[in-house]
Every structure is written in structure tokens, then in C-alpha cells.
Design a protein. Sequence first.
Length: 437
Amino acid sequence: MAYFDNVGKIQFEGKGSDNPFAFKHYNPQEVVLGKTMEEHLRFAVAYWHTFTGEGSDPFGVGTAVRNWDRYSGMDLAKARVEANFEFLDKINVPYYCFHDRDIAPEGATLQETNKNLDVIVSMLKDNMASSGKKLLWNTANMFTNPRFVFGAATAVNADVYAYAAAQVKKGLEVGKELGAENYVFWGGREGYETLLNTDMALELDNLARFFQMAIAYAKEIGFDAQFLIEPKPKEPTKHQYDFDAATTIAFLQKYGLADKFKLNLEANHATLAGHTFEHEIRVAAINGMLGSLDANQGDLLLGWDTDEFPTDLYSTTLTMFEVIKAGGIGRGGINFDAKVRRGSFEQDDLFLAHIAGMDTYAWGLKAAAKLIEERVLDSIVEERYRSFREGIGADIVSGKATLASLEQYALQNNPIKNESGRQERIKLMINEIIYSV
Ligand code: XLS
Ligand code: CA
Ligand code: CA
């Protein structure tokens, strides 16, 4: 059964093309800095936004018009699986990602829910085998059902905690069954609204215990996916525990979990935390924790998680710059955790939006490669910190300096001379590079 009959396989046609159903920059086999674009970018489609989402918002029901609308229940779940593989083939994306509840409906009991999941997982497995498409990551939705009103692994109620554990146990089994390359923990409702009724210390200790159990179980069943935590500062709770990369890393270090996890960083979550995406990537990278990326963008004028398709070249350029400098995305990938706007309700918009995101990332990759090849930023940074390579600076870096030796130096070093950071000039140079590739 075909769901996207009117769209063929999206091809690379290059910059001159005016075909909206073609890539102008994403040329999967083009080699950039020794790797193909496909290897650098490792794109993934987010099942929830693309096949499960219906375009509802807090003020109205869904607007999306989809060829699978006529189904319901398990038939709908099965239709979405078929649509997913047809879409992955036509858009030429190698990976996809899902939450357990995106792919199959909940039953009346956990047993029934797991049964529904098993049916769909075996269908996914068959489709993966015949198409060669792969699972970048799966995760557990522990935030939609009302039982998770006060969180899952940080719930106030041990029965909920146990349910969440059962759900993650199943999620790890599903990940193993489908050969997932990563397993994601996004904090859902792991956070709180008010300290007045919250035992923060217990909740965080319980969260760490939960992660320990997940690590132990993955080991027990031989599931060797990379474990990822996805930070987000707020929404749905006011204070999400995994606020940003730095907070999450501190948590992992405190509980001795730092060598067991990496981070799945999302652009929109970075900006909600008051950071740029590149800041979050740099923080993860310098701590050896860059795992995977959720590619999207927020809206400067809105204070919530809008999950828009990434179309900001400046941001994708700096993102890819950070990724390449960090040595690549490894077992992670670039997952479009992005949804078409409520007003973009036609099926074709799913293609057009992914093309926009993929072309914007491919363009950013080319610009980042040029920035690196020409050592534009490297030479500026090297020059800016040159005082740490000789004399007193070299003593500081080597650990030879003491407060006394620095005082002795400072007393005779008058006046101190700083140099301009030349931000504006650098930004114009980046603009020129972006428009030259
Ligand atoms: C929500 C998150 C979520 C995770 C996976 O804001 O982005 O979708 O990526 O649970
Ligand atoms: Ca995300
Ligand atoms: Ca998000």
C-alpha cells in the first residue's frame, strides 16, 4: 500500500534546480573532509512528529491531512509503519527514531500494551530487513499517560516508578530486537513544579538508581546501544532536572554514571535554556559526552518548545563546525525532532520540511568544512590565546606558576594590554563563507 503516491524518490539536483522536491545541497555521496555527507549527517526521521502527530495545539484539534487517517487502533499503527518505510525510502534518510507509544497504542493493561508493541515491533523488524533502514534510537514515553503526572523515575509514588521501570525494561528489549544504535532517556516529567511538596534529594537519588538498573539490564540482555540523556530546561515541568548539558553532566558525575552515558542534545532545548545549540555541543564535546543531536529550531519570539524544522544556516554551520571539531557524531545522528507547522497540513509538507532541514544541514556542513579547511576560526583563536604558549602563560598552562610567581610577574608588568576580539569582523567572514559554498 502506498501512502505518498504523488511523490517519487527525492534526488540531488544541485543549486540550479527549481524543483521543490529535490535536494539543492544534500548530495549523500559527496565527500566533505574525507567522509560522505551521508556519513557525516546520519539523518533520522522522528516517528512521532511525522507519523503520529496530527497538528493539534492547546487551542485546537489536529489539522494534518494524512492518507492513514481512515484507520484507527492497531490498523492505524500498522498503516503508520508502512508510511514510515515508504517515506524513509523516498526522502532518502537512513534512520528513524520512536517512543514506544508512538508506534503502538496502549492497551487496558501493561500486558496488553506490550502485546500491541510486539506486533508492531515485528512488523518494523521485517520492514527494516527488507529496506536496510535502521533505528537510530528508541525511547519510552513516560509523560503522556496521566499516571506520570508527577514524573516516572522521579515519581512521588513507588508504584509509578515500578511501572516506568517495566516500561524501560521493555524498551531495552525492543531496542535490542531492532538493533537500535542508541537508547534515549529524555526527562519527560522528571522535574517539579514547587519545592513545597517535593523531596528533591530523594527524586534525584531515585533517578540515578533507575539509570543503574537500566545499565544493568542492558548488560544482562546484551544490548550494547549507546545510552543518551537528553537535557531540557523546562516544559512540561517548571524545573526539569536535566536542565542543560552542564547540569546533566554534573548529575552523571555525582552518581558515578559519567562513563555510561552521552548526551542527546536538542537545538530548541538549548535555546530554552538560554544557550545556543553550539554552546551545548561544545560543553558536551569537551567533556567527552557528545552523543547525538535532535535537529530543530525554536522561535526567538516564543518562549516554548516549537520544534520547527531547522532552516537557519548560521546555526547549522556552527553546529556542524562543533560536530566536526569534536571528531564527528559517532554512533549518534541528526534526528529531525521537528514538526511541520499546524498550517502546513498537507502530506507534501512532510517532504518539503525534511528537504528544507536536510538541505540546511548539508549547506551548513559545507560551510563548516570550509571554515575548518581555511582555519578561519582556528587561526583567530590560536592568535587570541597566544600568551599562554610562551613566558608566564606557558608557566600557567604547565602548572609551574604559583600565586607568588604570578604576583612577582604582575608587579613588574605595567600596563596590561588587551586586544580587540573583533566579533563583528568574524561574523561577516562567516557570512561570506556560508554564501560561497
Ligand atoms: C521533548 C523531547 C522528546 C525527546 C524524546 O521535548 O524533545 O521528544 O526527544 O523523548
Ligand atoms: Ca528531542
Ligand atoms: Ca523538543
